[in-house]
Design a binder for this molecule. Structure first.
Ligand code: RFL
Ligand code: PHB
Length: 403
């Protein structure tokens, strides 16, 4: 067995792991990242598109913001269509100047990978059997296999950035963690296409046939989503069927602008709200999707991962600069406060915008639940205070500074 050592071992080279590694590197803290799949595979996961201001500032702090600042689109607002009636959520005006940036998760990941390679930092892609050990002791370590050889990686701390299906969360003994979960009775079918988007701003569409979202990546690349039954398979949806259904759910002006083409990616994602508490066990810290999942309706998943990273990197910096290890106890409570806010917002937006007909929700029939949610949406959209409540959370609540 080969033995390696580092200061912070990171499991997972998704956006959480890569951003944490880069920020720690900037502070002179050494990391090694272990990733189960190849870099190309990681870049093949399309996922998020909307970045909060706090996220973009963190990416700049990591020294990786150049391309995001050049190619990312600043969005000053978005639209909510309620069965074709459009309300503009003017983020900038409603939040005193805040905006979001439309820049794909794939691009952020690519930029972070390039920065890690340029700094000659170690990442083991295609590492298998990754297993943390003794995380509740002062000498935690990880065992893994790489290119047919067995390794032991000794570290001061371990960051579990390995997503919802990772190994890190399960390392916390079951009796010490509480998992909160809600699985939604539908999924999102997503399509990426090299066609001009229907609108400059995103359109979230509530529709009696089901929710739809018109998003984008650039002036020539569109990203669209449709609410579909969880039982649907990607193969059930031809490109033609997708475009036809999308056109029905978009408001008329946008539908008239729809330019269709071949999909370059098509996938179905289930919708889930999930939180694991606490997010720390001894010297193991859970970060991002490893600890929490939100339905994508509020564009919060990646942004919550970023606020976890911000908190952990500041605390670890203090550990290595000042020897203050007690400060690490703040990680889980600080991260969880912001996580629950994002969870509530994503759950609320999902409830208001999806169609629940024929499904049972919160102990009532979907038809009844829908009446409550129709009224909720109508109330919030027709009140400036209501639009402010949506805008303030969409641009992202401030990061909490450790004491
Ligand atoms: P990831 O991206 O899942 O990365 C985890 C990495 O860990 C690796 N891994 C392991 N490595 C070693 N050993 C093991 N045992 C391992 N197990 C797993 C995996 O291979 C992977 O590379 O988690 P991370 O880094 O925490 O990032 C989280 C984000 O990916 C996620 O929150 C967002 O994509 C969610 N999300 C959105 N978030 C936003 O903020 N704004 C959005 O607009 C938005 N849209 C979305 C979304 C997610 C979606 N899907 C498909 C769930 C839209 C969709 C459709
Ligand atoms: C996306 O562009 O992929 C996207 C945008 C906003 C969301 C979810 C996904 O709320």
């Amino acid at each position: 067995m080969k033995t390696l050592s580092t200061q912070v071992a990171i499991i997972g080279a998704g956006p959480s792991g890569l951003l944490l590694g880069q920020l720690l590197h900037k502070q002179g803290i050494e990391t090694i990242i272990l990733e189960r799949v190849t870099g190309e595979y990681v870049l093949g996961r399309i996922r998020a598109g909307i970045l909060e201001q706090g996220f973009t500032e963190l990416v700049r702090e990591a020294g990786v913001g150049e391309r995001m600042d050049q190619e990312g689109e600043v969005h000053e607002g978005f639209i909510i269509s309620d069965n074709g009636n459009c309300t503009h959520i003017d983020l900038k005006a409603l939040t005193g100047g805040k905006t979001v940036t439309c820049y794909g998760q794939v691009e952020i990941t690519r930029d972070l990978m390039a920065a890690r390679a340029a700094a000659d930092l170690t990442t083991y892609y295609e590492a298998s059997n990754v297993q943390p050990h003794d995380v509740n002791s002062s000498q935690p370590y990880i065992t893994f296999s790489y290119q047919g050889e067995d390794y032991r990686l000794n570290a001061d701390y371990i960051a579990g950035c390995d997503g919802f299906h990772g190994i890190s969360r399960k390392t916390i003994p079951a009796h010490l963690r509480t998992e909160h979960e809600r699985v939604y009775p539908f999924g999102w079918l997503g399509v990426m296409s090299d066609t001009p988007p229907v609108n400059e701003e995103l359109i979230y569409c509530k529709h009696e046939r089901g929710f739809a979202l018109a998003s984008r990546r650039s002036a020539t690349r569109s990203r669209y989503y449709l609410q579909v039954p969880v039982s649907d398979k990607v193969e059930d949806w031809s490109d033609e069927a997708f475009w036809e259904e999308l056109k029905r759910r978009l408001p008329a002006e946008a539908a008239a602008q729809l330019i269709t083409g071949n999909s370059i990616e098509k996938s179905i994602a289930p919708l889930r709200s999930f939180v694991c508490e606490p997010m720390q066990y001894g010297r193991l810290f859970l970060v991002g999707d490893a600890a929490h999942i939100v339905p994508p309706t509020g564009a919060k998943g990646l942004n919550l991962a970023a606020s976890d990273v911000a908190t952990l990197y500041k605390l670890l910096t203090r550990v290595y600069r000042e020897g203050d290890t007690a400060c690490l106890q703040q990680y889980s409570p600080i991260a969880l406060r912001r996580v629950w806010n994002g969870e509530r917002f994503s759950w609320w937006m999902s409830n208001m915008l999806h169609n629940y007909t024929g499904m049972e929700v919160s102990g009532m029939q979907g038809e009844t639940f829908s009446r409550f949610m129709d009224s909720e949406l109508h109330y919030y959209l027709n009140s400036e205070n209501g639009r402010k409540v949506i805008a303030e959370q969409y641009v992202g609540l401030p990061y909490e500074e450790p004491l």
